[in-house]
Design a protein around this ligand. Sequence first.
Ligand SMILES: Cc1cc2nc3c(=O)[nH]c(=O)nc-3n(C[C@H](O)[C@H](O)[C@H](O)COP(=O)(O)OP(=O)(O)OC[C@H]3O[C@@H](n4cnc5c(N)ncnc54)[C@H](O)[C@@H]3O)c2cc1C
Length: 439
Amino acid sequence: MQRIYSDYAYGPGPRSNCWWDETIEAPIWPQQAGDAQADVAVIGGGFTGLSAALHLAEAGAEVTVLEAETPGWGASGRNGGFCCLGGSKLSSAAMRRKFGTAATETYEAGEEAAVNLVAGLLEKHGIDADTHSKGETRLAHSPRALRRMQAEAEALAAGGEEPDFLSKSQLAEAGLNGNFHGALTTPVGFALNPRKYLFGLAKATLAAGVKLFQNSPATQITRNGSGFAVQTPKGMIRCSQVLIATNGYSSEDLPGWLAARYMPTQSTAMVTRPLSEAELQEQGWFSDQMAYDSRNLLHYFRLMPDRRFLFGMRGGLLSSPSAEEGIRIKLRRDFEALFPRWRHVQSTHIWSGMVCLSRNLTPYAGPVPGQPGMLAGLCYHGNGVAMGSYSGRLLADLAQGRQPELPYSQVMQKMDKFPLGRWRRALMPPAYALLGLMD
Ligand SMILES: Cc1cc2nc3c(=O)[nH]c(=O)nc-3n(C[C@H](O)[C@H](O)[C@H](O)COP(=O)(O)OP(=O)(O)OC[C@H]3O[C@@H](n4cnc5c(N)ncnc54)[C@H](O)[C@@H]3O)c2cc1C
């Protein structure tokens, strides 16, 4: 596998000390070995791969999932658990300019369908994933951001909606007190324990007849008549179709079409020890809303049902033990700046992982050009709990040769190349610097 970060990014270092590991035991899947057949081979065992596999198996297909590492090893087992609207980094206005109104409205309907899909999967398969929060709350990080938020709330009111807007003086009463200037809540979405959701999905997938393999990286995909042969270290899967679901852990050569079309970037999160009632009151944060601030380089946070506080932000641009140490220090510093009354509260767990961007700043779900029978779903811009699950569902329909049942926008059918090829990470420092300046 040809990947664009150093080996450290793809090893155990960044994910060591991930809180979710302590909340549920990981299942053990066998390692793939020998020559086997399937209708569909899915590469990657995160939300995208498992959702695709589940929906395909429910429609009667024989499916094999190959996971290079262990269950929950990728971003799906180590994220912030915000199941919310998102997946693109384009504003609605920019999306309308680029793709047109109809495609944008279909995309936005898809974002909502994605959240509903996850809620439906939790219910249908009886997955208890410690959910909480009614929608998500955006907090203004500056007076200027507050003015923009106010204008947004006024526009919503003019359109007949009832915006859930809070001024600075109302934040404390709502239990949302920190270094913020106001808040606007979007009433869609909820928070969950991502690892419990993922393993619940895996259990449902197994029950539907899917074969799940760990420590089984696809090392090569070659054409085999009208289908494919997918090589693993100890065997091979011959199949009619292949779905690529590797997101931030993708490689340049699997398939070659992906080269320079995805940009892995890091995200870092921490969890504190449980906070006492007195500590919650002292800071004035006792709401269970999942929340984020209005920065371009945003922070996301939520008080979880066990009273631990989860806090995360973008990760570093480099991946090495010292870079990881540096970003963990910065994360802690930002946490203390936003929640000064919790300076003494220890963060017991800190970890990082890969998210994935595209040049178009939109997710992709669709065919791999020039490879009939191969499909890919990736690039959720740090928002793949709902969008990855939904993308998997789209891929399952597409693999069956039918128009997806859920909204499927043109917005998700374009994936251009970044400039600079394998060296495209050099684009990120100036981009982050600019976004930081705008904040
Ligand atoms: C710290 C952090 C916080 C985040 N917070 C949120 C959040 O709050 N809300 C939200 O919506 N999103 C969040 N995200 C993003 C979200 O986790 C991802 O978008 C989503 O999990 C992507 O799912 P996936 O299945 O596409 O990819 P992944 O879960 O990354 O799975 C890809 C898998 O592919 C495997 N793989 C790679 N190559 C091969 C190969 N050759 N053969 C076999 N397997 C292979 C990898 O081992 C990996 O397990 C966060 C991410 C991180 C890292």
